[in-house]
Design a protein. Structure first.
Length: 309
């Protein structure tokens, strides 16, 4: 028997958000919880809002700052991801991304490449960030003028937080998808959470079934792109070169216990370039990698395309 669910899609952060609950009457209160959490995260972490925490920090002449609990939680997750990936997922690439042309919401970018190429600042590195607990709260020490970029982790963290909160407070199964960063919590449908995996219409498609509480995330080099000085750039920066990663993969999709881990693994695999797949294989996570010829490569027990069909 198919479990009845209720779902809602809406536009968010130049992508599509989706909320699914296993109790239809829970949809409206679940949406209110999710919107509140996402608004708090946006105000803390957006590079594209002048009133956000990260942009106020960038404008400060100080190196040490008291920060909000929301930003502190996001930074702790970002630093954990940086440590786990050997620095491939680095929250200090914000200024680099701005110099590369990604200095506003992707929907507002000049995609023609008409803007001149600027000098690109080197990524200072995640080890330049220090969090400390004081009697007054949490403080962050960082280089003056640095623009933090939490885009590689905050969306996945948001999906995890939203799913966990809805399940805990409303007692239903829930799926939260933020642009393909998908987290689940609570008791899901009897048939499992059926997920279509396809980065763009040109990519090969697949379908998987997530068990209760599992998560999946995709990192892509073909979705958030723009032209800069006649060259196509994408948003996954290799901190070693301070340039868009030269990756053999169009997209990498990973399944894990949390969306945060799945997304960090997928993003690191792209950022590490030719070494990414070998690194990912050491972590034994189910993964689906699509190369630039649209050939599919499977790791870690990901079901074959025939099994998933």
């Amino acid at each position: 028997m198919t479990t009845p669910t209720a779902a809602l899609d809406w536009e968010l952060w130049s992508t599509t958000a989706r909320l699914v609950v296993t109790e239809p009457e829970a949809l409206e209160p679940a949406l209110a919880l999710v919107r509140e959490t996402l608004a708090e995260i946006e105000l803390a972490a957006s590079r594209f809002r002048s009133d956000s925490d990260v942009m106020r920090l960038a404008a400060s002449v100080q190196e040490t700052h008291p920060i909000s609990p929301v930003l502190a939680g996001l930074l702790e997750e970002a630093l954990d991801a940086a440590d786990w990936t050997g620095g491939a997922v680095d929250p200090t690439v914000g200024s680099t991304l701005s110099d590369l042309g990604y200095d506003r919401d992707i929907a507002s970018l000049d995609l023609t490449g008409a803007r001149p190429v600027a000098v690109v600042r080197r990524t200072p590195g995640w080890r330049r960030l220090r969090l400390a607990t004081t009697p007054q709260g949490i403080e962050l020490t960082m280089p003056r003028g640095l623009v933090l970029d939490l885009g590689a982790t905050a969306k996945a963290v948001a999906a995890d937080l939203c799913a966990t909160e809805v399940a805990a407070l409303l007692g239903c199964g829930v799926l939260v998808s933020l642009g393909g960063d998908i987290a689940t919590a609570g008791r899901g449908p009897a048939e499992g959470w059926v997920i279509d995996v396809q980065d763009t219409p040109e990519d090969p498609a697949s379908q998987i079934v997530l068990p209760d509480g599992a998560a999946v995330a995709t990192s892509s080099t073909v979705r958030r792109t723009w032209r800069r000085g006649g060259e196509v750039a994408h948003h996954v920066v290799d901190p070693r070169t301070s340039r868009p990663a030269a990756s053999p993969w169009r997209s990498v999709t990973v399944v894990a216990d949390t969306c945060s881990v799945a997304n960090a693994a997928a993003t690191a695999t792209i950022a590490k370039g030719a070494d990414g797949a070998a690194w990912l294989a050491t972590h034994d996570l189910p993964a689906r990698l699509v190369d630039h010829d649209c050939h599919v490569h499977l790791l870690g027990g990901w079901p074959t395309e025939e099994d998933a069909a």
